[in-house]
Design a protein around this ligand. Structure first.
Ligand code: SF4
Ligand code: MSK
Length: 664
């Protein structure tokens, strides 16, 4: 039975998206939203009950069928499906990291002249963790060895992933005791696929142990390397002011949208878009200039470092083209919907694929090569400019919000303590005192089966009211940016009294943008540093914190959730009952069994209210376990200027009494 078609207002909470969905409906253009309405999700596959790991199947374990042809049980099949999603997600992040390591290698060897080491401090830090000598060596020599050492992490012969030592000591011991330390990044992914081939690992808990190890190779391996290598090559992010949502598309300029995940080419496109010759060329075609913007995590990368505005998150890629104002959408890897090509065919928009790993039928393929990076970027920008005179009708919604991103863990410590006293101590103290009740990492995708941005908006608003500091990445971060929650001023309007005091004092937004999907590793680093700073226990599992992906859809989100749980966090995946809901046994392993073994647990919760309730309950439970005072909002928000209007109403003696106490 076909599902009911949702109205634009039922499909999204984003005003710009609603406007364009109305337009799509009027001109009869299909989008992911309408396809989600037309295609009912498979009820068997969505519960993890379908196995197609061999040609005796697919075996659908429903009704009285409780074993596949080979005898595999429901728990085995659900665990294998989950574990394979972890392997796929880990492979995506890690291969992204590997690509950056090769770029650094080529730069160090002088084969990629458009790239340089922009952050030598970070390079030296990487060298320390990877055992590369730095004394009396040139930056190029160090960079070459750091690149080679990074590449070794993917297939090292002995030992374990080097960055595991960045975790708190207590956490490292748990990994050792449980035998889940990743040996090398690729090896754990390959072993995960091997173990889930027919006739191998058939004990659900044992399969899922390997899923933990494989995911740790992503979080503390491939993703963390990707983040560090990006910082080395393109600079460690620091705050910058920019804009978010489709209203940033410019009616009078050539609009180029970069989309995907890798900063390697997009950084060159930024450089090309600033080239005076190309700006002049755009003018010669009747445009006022060139406007770059981004979708998904390429957007987050160029926003954090270059201030390039965000056009939108995952579900807005087709909608950006529907504005009629985009001359080219330049894509690299991951989260690129094939649906953008038929939408672009209705317009003058050229879709350009650039990665040797990604071709899309109907798109132009201009393969990116590091050794002539800027030249290729200029060629792409020139093609986009050539499309400008072909523009037809445009509908660019006048909707955008201001955003201040750029919160690398380095900048957070600087913001809290300055150059000489940079430290997470003020954050730990604020949590210990109860000004900040806890921390929530609100991350992950959009999902066409969930009302676009609704859960993100709801949970962010509720957590802020409850004095919970939010750290965000990926499409979740873009949702909050569009909601206007990522400016220091937002704290004055939406944060609870305690969180507001902290944000006002430090000058930070109440929702911190930490970057792209691979930059969830920055969240691991912040949590690890909070645990070692003192006052909040000795492990990530002790901190009053929760991770969540309220609108998740990708296998990468499953890998992220799993490595966060393996690092000790309580993680909630929202919007659906989840990919293992057909197996009570696997649900029990992901929650109770994992919590008893490694201190973190994974749950799937459909409703926003329940996500918030469980999160606050967990935060308060962790506060109590640390012996911290019970959260009490009435204690805060009565200091300084904030009290002025109230005090001015009182007679002088009463003012003195209110400020200094009764007997002063
Ligand atoms: Fe069916 Fe077993 Fe083959 Fe899976 S591996 S498809 S359960 S026979
Ligand atoms: S882009 S993985 S839809 S967060 Fe990183 Fe967004 Fe999810 Fe892709």
């Amino acid at each position: 039975m076909a599902k009911k078609e949702r109205t634009p207002e039922e499909s999204s909470r984003d005003e710009a998206a609603i406007r364009l969905l109305e337009h799509a409906c009027a001109i009869e253009v299909e989008t992911a939203f309408t396809r989600a309405d037309a295609i009912a999700a498979c009820n068997i596959g969505s519960q993890g009950l379908c196995c197609k790991n061999c040609s005796m199947g697919p075996c659908r374990l429903v009704g009285k069928t409780v074993r596949g042809v080979c005898g595999a049980t429901i728990a085995t099949v659900a665990a294998r499906n989950f574990a394979r999603a972890v392997a796929a997600g880990a492979s995506a992040h890690s291969d992204h990291g590997r690509g950056l390591a090769y770029t650094l290698l080529e730069a160090a060897e002088g084969k990629a002249p458009d790239y340089v080491v922009r952050d030598p401090v970070k390079l030296n830090e990487m060298a320390r963790y990877l055992g590369v000598k730095t004394a009396d060596r040139s930056i190029e020599e160090i960079a070459k060895d750091v690149a080679l050492a990074s590449l070794t992490e993917f297939g090292k012969v002995e030992g374990t992933v080097s960055y595991l030592k960045r975790a708190p000591v207590k956490r490292q011991k748990i990994w050792q005791e449980q035998g889940i330390e990743p040996r090398s990044i690729d090896r754990e992914i390959v072993e995960m696929l091997h173990r889930t081939h027919i006739g191998n690992d058939q004990d659900a808990e044992h399969i899922l142990d390997q899923a933990l190890r494989c995911a740790l190779g992503d979080g503390w391996g491939g993703s963390m390397l990707a983040t560090d290598l990006s910082d080395v090559l393109f600079g460690t992010p620091a705050p910058v002011r920019s804009g978010a949502n489709l209203g940033i598309l410019n009616n009078n300029k050539v609009n180029i949208v970069v989309h995907g995940h890798e900063p390697t080419l997009s950084e060159m496109i930024v450089a090309a878009s600033l080239d005076p010759e190309l700006i002049e060329y755009a003018r010669s075609k009747g445009a006022d200039g060139i406007q770059l913007s981004g979708i998904c995590c390429t957007a987050n990368e160029t926003l954090m470092r270059q201030g390039v505005p965000l056009a939108g998150n995952f579900l807005q890629q087709e909608l950006a083209i529907l504005t009629g104002a985009v001359e080219a959408m330049v894509v690299d890897i991951q989260c690129i919907m094939q649906g953008i090509v038929p939408v672009a065919e209705r317009y003058h928009t050229e879709i350009i694929t650039t990665s040797p790993k990604v071709k899309i039928t109907g798109a132009t393929h201009i393969e990116f090569e590091e050794h002539r990076a800027l030249e290729i970027a200029k060629e792409i920008v020139r093609r986009a400019i050539d499309h400008f005179p072909e523009r037809g009708e445009m509908i660019v919604p006048d909707v955008q919000a201001s955003v201040v991103p750029g919160f690398s863990h380095e900048y957070i410590t600087y913001a809290l303590g300055g150059f000489y006293r940079g430290s997470l101590r003020p954050l730990n103290d604020a949590i210990a005192a109860g000004r900040i009740r806890g921390v929530v990492a609100n991350i992950g995708c959009n999902n066409a089966r969930v009302c676009h941005d609704e859960l993100f908006r709801y949970v962010a608003t509720e957590f802020l009211k409850n004095d919970v500091l939010l750290v965000e990445t990926g499409c979740g971060a873009i949702a909050s940016a569009k909601q206007g929650y990522m400016t220091p001023e937002a704290a004055l309007e939406v944060a609870g009294p305690g969180l507001r005091e902290v944000c006002e004092t430090v000058g930070i937004p109440p929702v911190l943008h930490l970057g792209s999907c691979v930059d969830n590793s920055r969240i691991l680093t912040v949590l690890a540093q909070m645990a070692t700073e003192g006052g909040l226990g000795q492990d990530i599992a002790d901190i009053p914190a929760v991770g969540m992906a309220p609108e998740w859809m990708s296998e990468k989100a499953i890998s992220i959730a799993t490595y966060c749980v393996a690092s000790g966090a309580y993680v909630i995946m929202g919007g659906s009952t989840g990919p293992v809901s057909g197996s009570e046994e696997v649900l029990h392993i992901l929650s109770e069994v994992w919590e008893s073994k490694i201190g973190g647990r994974l749950e799937f919760v459909v409703e926003g209210e329940e996500i918030v309730r469980r999160s606050l309950e967990h935060i308060d439970k962790k506060r109590a376990a640390l012996g911290l005072p019970e959260y009490d909002a009435s204690k805060w928000g009565k200091s300084g200027d904030w009290r002025m209007p109230e005090l001015l109403e009182l007679p002088f003696e009463k003012q003195i009494e209110a400020v200094y106490g009764v007997n002063r």
